[in-house]
Design a protein around this ligand. Sequence first.
Ligand code: UD1
Length: 432
Amino acid sequence: MTGKFIIQGGTPLRGDVTVYGAKNAASKMMIASLLTDEPCVLENVPLSQEIDITREFCERIGSEVAIGMDHRCEIRTPEIKNTSVVEFSRKNRIPILAFGPLLHRKGEAEVPFLGGDAIGHRPIDLHLEALNKMGVTIERRERSYYATADAIIGADIEFPFPSVGATENVLLTAVRARGTTTIRNAAVEPEILDLIRMLQGMGANIACDSAARVITIRGVPRLTGAVHRVLPDRNEAVSFAVAALATRGQVRIVGASADDLGAFVEKVKAMGAGVSQEADALVFSGADAYRATDVATAPHPGFMTDWQQPLAILMIAARGVSTIHETVYEDRFGYVKDLRRMGANIEVSDECIAPPCRYAGRTFNHSARITGASLLKGTDIVMTDIRAGMAHVIAALVAQGKSVISGTDHIDRGYERMDERLRALGADIKRV
Ligand code: UD1
């Protein structure tokens, strides 16, 4: 059963915290390991529920998986025992990435409809169209997608939008396809570049021009095992950073690098935060007062959509009017109603904040105007997704008084022992 966090706000966070490997890379790398019958070793894997779900999913397919407390995951799939994994319906967004590995090894795959956070419609048309182009036939069934392919062939694919999941899906299918696949307008998030490094370590032939958003994959008949260290989780780093800044503390985030957090670092510096890069850590130092700012979310190297919810907490503490223009998902401001109950002054609207985005003229509430500085008061909140949930936890750490935040499953899905690590930084947070 899911638990609650009881948080007494107002303590500045101080100290060192280490970020673990990115869940959004590690889970995809576990799927990549299905492309070979040889063992793969992933280091720095986060011990989060998302990894547990992915592990069960791989085991159901036939993988032998061992994950130690040392964050080392050994995964080997000598034989594919099941090509149908429909029972993993709506748990997360990973099953759809298994098409390529299952088709290459068994010629068929049946995956369930996807889950993940409720942040909009989240279609998978780009995945399906790209796989079709590569010779995969996909039939929509009552609860699943059933795919078959006589031969998977390289194709020229241009995405209308640089989708992270669709880029990964094509990568995981193209690495063992016959011929060359080119992905244009590809997503080039650091997690994708890290997945490419792992696939290259397995023997894949991939060239990536990030600036041009072009990825070229020359299919190879077989891949081998590999040892790969998962890159640090950027979302974890941002959550700790905002928690440090909004509580006006100082936290050294070990493992974080300004290279992968450029858009975030630039924004919080403009707001008045202190940020310095050390050899092994990024240090965030709070200021007495913050300046308002404007942010538009975008695919990497832009400001990531998963960072707008924590940044909103810093905007509440900033003097003046800040704005957030969410251009990646149409419905990502569900969390603001609880922040309003805590005392924040936030209005959401279906209008774009110039320049217009692909949601212009539609009725999606995809922009927010935050007027600060407001002091937050503790309250009771039910979390509904990972990033929004983390924003609520940070708001409670800043607020005066006590907050009771239920739905800890959402945090545990994406973050390893978040409450313990916040406590080590001085936060008054208990799990019940
Ligand atoms: C991944 C991340 C998520 C992050 C997002 C954007 C994981 C598990 N999740 O999600 O945390 O917020 O990237 O950085 O890695 N779209 C379509 N058709 C498609 C696919 C996507 O219209 O076939 C749209 C989506 O509805 C959304 C946008 O494209 O509006 C971005 O989605 P995408 O980049 O695919 O995100 P995910 O891979 O689902």
